[in-house]
Design a protein around this ligand. Sequence first.
Ligand code: LMR
Length: 396
Amino acid sequence: MFNTLPLLPADPILGLSQAYAKDTNPLKVDLGVGVYKNDQGQTPIMQAVMLAEKILIDKQVTKAYTPPAGVPGANEVATQLIFGADLLSQIQSRVRSIQTPGGCGALRVAAELIQRAKKGASLWVSTPTWANHIPLLGNAGLTLKEYPYYDYKNHAIDFAAMKNTLQSVPAGDMVLLHACCHNPSGADLSKDQWNELADLFAERHLIPFIDMAYQGFGDGLQEDAYGIRLMSSRLPEVIVAVSYSKNFGLYRERAGSLSIVFADEKQADAGLSQLLSVTRALYSMPPSHGAALIDIILHSDELTKIWSDELTSMRQRIANLRSDLVRELNQLQQKQNFSFIANEKGMFSFLGLSVEQVHQLKNQYSIYMTDTSRISVAGLTANNLSYVAKAIVSVL
Ligand code: LMR
């Protein structure tokens, strides 16, 4: 039977990590997969997570199944982190949250629920968007369409073109937005642009489907949730997929959540019952370890402070790396102005190189990034930054 299956090429993002691991060049640099690294090039376990793990070992008395929606305390604090206590007190009766296996799980479960409500529904995604959005959402059966987002020439959002397309999207269609730290471009919507979109979505009855994989990596925990909170305060239905891989450093624990704002309480109860039937048929219940840690951290003022302070220093380190890279690149050459990298947010930016230039960087310098020239800025260190800048300049 399986002889019908052809060999597939490596994943465009995860495949880079395998190629990097095999590279024997001591100068190799991994700017591929979006994983936070410190200045030693390591992805450490966050301090608050280590402390919470000790608490968990002492207090956990069973490995029996969790409820189908996951660790109850984690859903409570995660929902507050997304919507903020003030807004949540107003919309609580219409919001339902479940834990999911990472942000990927949240996206796929949401897509499966949408399929039950409206088979083959249209979801508009930004050009470009995270490569894995396409199979995660499209393979569930949603009809994916594209709206223009990043203008590669000007290294900025083409907001006029984006709005222009969204103005002609049929009522009832969904639009996938990145809450912050747009992956892959790093170009984020301003508050004014979110405000304009909220008006447009309300007028045209569009449904926002918001992916928040980097809360705390852009401008701050509250600031990064601006768009979600705005949309949720104004619109009857909002879908929010969240990953805790990056902001809690829980990558391998597959911690994520899906929150949906429904039109009313009755629909929320029906929606939750459908969500749990979707997940029962896929994996029964989500992994609990990461969620149990989030529950412990966000229920403790002391651990929350340790966690958010560390997250702040991670965010600042990435912002400093962005400025340092721009300075080096702009000092070494005048052909191209790389200043836009310092204005972009989160883990990623496009360098604006061709596939050939990207391959030259890999083959000649062992510097790894996706073929689109997306770099994960967090892979830079004080040690490798000059090497990377000189290599980039040599291929321009
Ligand atoms: C990325 O875009 O590099 C991250 O979101 C990791 C992944 O799963 O692709």
